[in-house]
Every structure is written in structure tokens, then in C-alpha cells.
Design a protein around this ligand. Sequence first.
Ligand code: UDP
Ligand code: MG
Length: 314
Amino acid sequence: MKLISIAVPCYNEEEAIPAYYAAVIPVLKQIGIDYEIIFVDDGSKDKTSIIIKQIALEDPHVKYIIFSRNFGKESAMYAGLSNAKGDYVALMDVDLQDPPEKLLDMYHGIVFEGYDCVGIRRITRKGEPKIRSFFARQFYKIINKMSETEIVDGARDYRLMTRQMVEAILSVEEYNRFSKGIFSWVGFKTKWLEYQNVQRVAGETKWNFKKLLRYSIDGIIAFSSSPLKMITKLGISFVILSFLMSITAIILAVIPQHIVFANGWPYLSIILVFLFGLLFICLGIISQYLAKTYAEVKHRPIYIEKESNINKRK
Ligand code: UDP
Ligand code: MG
């Protein structure tokens, strides 16, 4: 019988876990294949781990991993995925903002429609602070402009994937993980289900502005080297500016008794702007090497194969 695994990151979620468990079990039973739920306790300071262990004691379908401290949701998701044994693996938040009944549609999408992954994306951000929505939208705009990997606006981490896609995600071994980018980077056919934002069932969001900002910067740095390329552009603009200044200086110099040139400081500023331009260009060259080195140390697979009829040599 096929197995479906649900990986659930939890951080200080003592109130949400029982409600989540009660809601997800009927859906899993309805799918009708064998299932496992993997709770990953990301170093919670409340009774999360006790509650998870309690549930696991009563239900052999429930597995758990308890972190030694808080490593962040990305790490918790990675732990869940790498320990899941299922033919289909889902990632899901525990606060019921990811509606469990969507699993049925997701399962249908994979098994009957031939998708490799079915995710959900919010079409509204209702119920979220306006300012947060605004910054979130700007973030998606910026990252999609800068990066070659598409990051879908409103896409949540909630998704069901085939074993093959999970293996591909795990083969991306970089340490600073930005999953929203990795999911898209590995390719495969993804179907998006749309849904309205829902409020969390209990507890409160673990993200504050500072954390979200850091997350955004991580995302941009992991999937784009365009900030580095900006240095070169800045340098080139400075050099061009210094040339324009020189031309102006020459023109002004031929006007007799022009007051500005009495003490020679314009020449000094031309030299300064020019030298800074050169400096930035040199930095830009160094950062190109840095970008390449960065890409190398991430050690991403060179390609990800979906199908082939070649017998692999061992
Ligand atoms: N989470 C986690 N580690 C963290 C922060 C969050 O495992 O350091 C989990 C959290 O328990 C929840 C999911 O990640 O299951 C999403 O968190 P949250 O609901 O706070 O995020 P939001 O839905 O507000 O984006
Ligand atoms: Mg949430």
C-alpha cells in the first residue's frame, strides 16, 4: 500500500497541535492510503514536545523529531522531508492556516492529473496587517526581478509532492535554505490551488518584522547575485560621471576668467569621482568571482532528471 507522509514544523504550538491532529486525521483516513504524521518540534519552550509525545504514544502513525533548540522553520521542514518515508510527502503548518481538506485535492492532482506537486497560494492576504502585506508584495516583486528562479507570490510552504520531487529537494544540500526558492528551482510540474487566507486556530504568528526582513534578504541572496552586479554598475556610472564632469570643466575652462576654476577644486572632485568609479569596478570584478565561488560552494546538482531510458552505471 502507498504511504503519504505529512511533515509538520511546530514551534511553541501547544494550543494548536490537538486541534490540528483532530482536523487532519479524518482527511488522511478519507484519502484511504497508509499515512504518517511527522511532527518536528523546533526547540519549543512550551509543552509542544510533551503533547507530541503523548499523541505518538497513542497513535503509531505519529512520529516526532525534537530539536535541541530553535533552528527555524526551514530547518524543521528539512528535517521533516528527510525523515519522511512516504511515496507522497506533504509539508504543512500546524496552525490550521493550511486547510487539511485541501490534501484531498492535492492527492487527486498528483495521482489522477499527473502533477509532481500541488501547492496552494493565497489570492488574498485578508486578515493580515496591511503593512505586512505591502512589504510582502514588494519582496516578491524585487526577488522576481532579481532572480532567475520564479518565486510565486502568495505561495505557501503547504504542498504535496511526489517522492521523486522530495529526493530532488533533498539533493539541494545548501546550508542556508530558502525553500520557496528551492521548490521552484528543482522544477517539476506544479499545480496551484487558490484559497482565501484563514486565521490561525490558536497561538500567534512566530514572525515579526525583523525575522521577515532577514528571511527576505536570505531569499534574495540565496537565489540571486544581482546585488553583487550592482557594484559594477555603480562603478561604471561614477566613471561616466567623471568624464562628463571633465567635459564640463574643459568647456568652462575656455570661458575667460570663469570664477569656479580660480582655486582648482573642480579638478580634484573629477579625480575623486573617477578613482571611486575605478575602485567600485574593481570591487565588482572581485564580487563576480565571489558570486561564482558562492554558486560552487552551494553544491547544487547540475541538473535534475525526471525520466530517462538509460540504465545507470553503478
Ligand atoms: N515554525 C517553526 N519554527 C519557527 C517558526 C515557525 O517550526 O522558528 C512553524 C510554526 O509552528 C508553524 C509554521 O512554522 O507551524 C508557520 O509559522 P507561523 O504560523 O508563525 O507563520 P505564518 O503562518 O504567520 O506565516
Ligand atoms: Mg501560520
